[in-house]
Design a protein around this ligand. Structure first.
Ligand code: CAA
Length: 260
């Protein structure tokens, strides 16, 4: 598929997806969402990719939200279709078989903050800004913000952000657990890439199962979640990579995982 709004670079088992509409601060319009959906489906089928990094083009924005010019004229049925597409894209990222890291390099507002929330790990540059300013526009967050933000930062803090539309800086986002770490802008991609490369050296099947265990287990009560984890743990022992990982440890050498 032709990509007009995304840049995708594959290098050493890492795919970097850059949302590339810098003139609109990388706002998510229909075409961008459709390209993201197809791009993540393609990447999921590429077994050589072990980690994806998502970032925004330019120095100012990760993603400044869903595209307001596109949404302005929507009626309820078109609004519903747009919201559903946003959910589909973010669920595709959330359920992507390998880890997805958000490298948040500037404004992450509205749909941009929601995009970051759908990623497995969030890293920010010190100039990043976060918020759900939808109430300023007479709408609610529509790409999962009312659901994922309280699950990640807790209900009280999420309510304050969502009801007020307040914008917070990267340090505050880190303090409330919205991002894991904050870096100088010039170091953000270097650090995200270093983490991605480290994850890429680990047993790929094990990393996939870790993601499944965390994501699916968090939706269950603890008893069911532990039974579920036990099943996934058992599954690991049918893999060649488990034999290789443990043999390598005992033989005091680095493992050579084959994703088998
Ligand atoms: N949609 C469409 N265009 C946008 C945009 C958006 N979300 N955010 C920025 N742009 C455009 C601006 O219209 C402007 O375009 P022009 O040059 O053609 O006028 C360009 O990007 C640059 O933006 P600004 O001139 O406004 O830049 P700034 O530095 O003065 O301000 C900003 C930056 C504070 C991020 C400001 O652009 C802003 O407030 N943007 C909107 C943020 C927002 O409300 N996001 C939520 C959208 S709703 C949503 O996402 C719903 C949902 O949950 C799915």
């Amino acid at each position: 598929m032709e990509l007009n709004n995304l840049l995708v670079v594959k290098e050493e088992a890492i795919a970097t997806v850059t949302i590339n509409r810098p003139k609109a601060l990388n706002a998510l319009n229909l075409d961008t969402l459709l390209e993201m959906r197809d791009c993540f489906k393609d990447l999921a089928a590429d077994r050589s990719i072990r980690v994806v990094i998502i970032t925004g083009s330019g120095e100012k924005a990760f993603v400044a939200g869903a595209d307001i010019s596109f949404m302005q004229g929507l009626d309820p049925s078109a609004g519903k279709a747009f919201g559903k597409l946003g959910h589909e894209v973010l669920r595709t990222i959330e359920n992507f078989p390998q880890p997805v890291i958000a490298a948040i390099n500037g404004f992450a507002l509205g749909g941009g903050c929601e995009l970051a929330l759908s990623c497995d790990i969030r890293m920010a540059s010190s100039n990043a800004k976060f918020g759900q300013p939808e109430v300023n526009l007479g709408i609610i967050p529509g790409f999962g913000g009312t659901q994922r933000l309280p699950r990640i930062v807790g209900k009280g803090i999420a309510n304050e952000l969502i009801f007020s539309g307040n914008i917070i800086d990267a340090e505050e986002a880190c303090r409330i657990g919205l991002v894991n770490r904050v870096f100088a802008p010039e170091n953000l991609m270097i650090e995200c890439r270093a983490l991605a490369l480290k994850i890429a050296t680990r047993g790929p099947g094990a990393v996939r199962l870790c993601k499944e265990a965390v994501n699916n287990g968090m939706e269950m009560d603890l008893n069911r979640a532990c039974v579920y984890e036990a099943d996934l743990f058992a599954q690991c022992f049918s893999s060649a990579d488990q034999k290789e990982g443990m043999s390598a440890f005992l033989e005091k050498r680095a493992p050579s995982f084959q994703d088998k």
